[in-house]
Design a protein around this ligand. Sequence first.
Ligand SMILES: [Zn+2]
Length: 192
Amino acid sequence: MTGRTHDLAAFTALSFVIVTHPLPQITLATGLVALVSNLIGGIAPDIDQPTAPFWRNLPIGGVVGRVFTPLIGGHRFISHSLIGVVVFGVGWHFLLQILKPSFPNLNMTIIWWAFMIGFVSHLLMDTITREGVPWLLPIPVKIGIPPTKAFRVQTGGIVEKFIIFPGLIALAGYIFYTNYSKVLDLLHHYLK
Ligand SMILES: [Zn+2]
């Protein structure tokens, strides 16, 4: 999947979690940082692909990606697995704990969860692509849904562009539409 599809999927997943859980009271700053954290989580697994949007979006990303990628294994490797979820989850947690004293107004737990929701949404989306996802590394099996490769989505292909991407927009729209009052509530009462 392309970077923008992953970002949209991350946002859609976050929206779903927000409307299906009790709303915590958070600061506006926490809300905004959580949103950015969610989008970063949504593309973070592609850190192991030199041509990935994650690297292309950085000014010197192409170079860094080519140097860094072989070190962690190349195409869809450790960051596209359950081990990756744990490693990134723990790493992001420690980073946020280091930043916490400097940003007392931020709820780091919310920001951490937003990242993880984005991260896992990425792996789920990649699971329906031709390449599949090595969820169970170090067991070197790439898992895809549906099991028949030919029925899966090609990254950047017509199905992604004209069905998956618009489908995610429609889904996010549906989530907001059917939870309109809750979303308004969030904007009015919970963001301080
Ligand atoms: Zn990926």
